[in-house]
Design a binder for this molecule. Structure first.
Ligand code: NAP
Length: 244
């Protein structure tokens, strides 16, 4: 049985693990352990960092991993490089599963920024901002004193932005609910990472309809490795690399 390590933390990682498990692969889904609450997963699960590229290389050898699919989030800036380095050293084939980024369409008022610090600096003329960047990234906005933040995150962020209004929720989010959220809180700007995917896209449609600007944070760099955009192609790649 082929043993596949899926570097997880996304809906695509779960869907891929599910398909591989159903197809008879020995799947290990690996999580960083950032969120405490975890959904049930198909196959085996391990939690916590490996200890850099060295630790991951050791893990690949010790566990006799045949293939690695890096399905971490588009904003995971470190793990993809560690995966590239460790798999190269251990001679294990690697695939990056990376969903396409969103692109602006007619009617969007996006303010494109390169990173979270630029996003915070771009908020000067706004007063009520919906922050949808996740708990770990909220620290970049701690210096924005005059802004009331409405923060939506999977886990509480009280320690980071004590004055913020909290909306604890996990996607997917539908358009009507996003529209209501923006209106109810009188939001005048949104900050979003360009995560791509359909689960959190409705806020962009709602912002377009309501004429609300979106400060859109660009993705971090990716290593130069083989890449696919969806779960079907990742599944096909694993199958292809598993033929005798
Ligand atoms: P990161 O900056 O690329 O990784 C930081 C460290 O966390 C890595 O060096 C690694 O530790 C550990 N790590 C990351 N992903 C891991 C995984 N799947 N399994 C085991 N260890 C992992 O990543 P991050 O931005 O902190 O994100 C952490 C996790 O949350 C990822 O799995 C990602 O898919 C998920 N996530 C991130 C975002 C986001 O916006 N960044 C959003 C949604 C979900 P060692 O060096 O010790 O191995």
């Amino acid at each position: 049985m082929r043993r596949v390590l899926v570097l997880a933390g996304t809906t695509e990682a779960t869907a891929l693990a599910d398909r591989l498990h159903g197809d008879g692969f020995d799947v290990v889904s690996s999580f960083a352990g950032v969120t405490r609450e975890r959904q049930p997963r198909p196959g085996r699960v391990r939690v916590g960092g490996f200890g850099g590229a060295d630790g991951l290389e050791r893990y690949l050898r010790d566990e006799a991993i045949d293939l690695v699919v890096d399905a971490t989030h588009p904003f995971a800036a470190v793990m993809p490089f560690n995966a590239a380095e460790a798999t190269r050293r251990a001679s294990v084939p690697l695939l990056r599963l990376l969903r396409p980024a969103w692109t602006a369409v007619r009617g969007d008022q996006w303010i494109d920024v390169a990173n979270l610090d630029e996003a915070a600096a771009a908020l000067d003329s706004y007063r009520r901002v919906l922050l949808t960047v996740g708990r770990q990234s909220a620290t970049a906005f701690a210096r924005c004193d005059d802004i009331t933040f409405v923060v939506r995150s999977i886990e509480p962020i009280d320690d980071v932005l004590p004055g913020a209004m909290r909306v604890l929720d996990r996607g997917p989010f539908d358009l009507a609910a996003e529209r209501a959220l923006l209106v109810e809180h009188r939001i005048d700007a949104i900050v979003s990472k360009n995560s791509g995917g359909s689960a959190t896209e409705a806020k962009l449609t709602a912002a377009r309809e309501l004429g609300i600007p979106v400060v859109m944070v660009a993705r971090p760099a990716q290593p130069d490795v083989q890449q696919v955009a969806d779960v079907d192609d990742a599944f096909g790649w694993v199958q292809e690399h598993s033929r005798p």
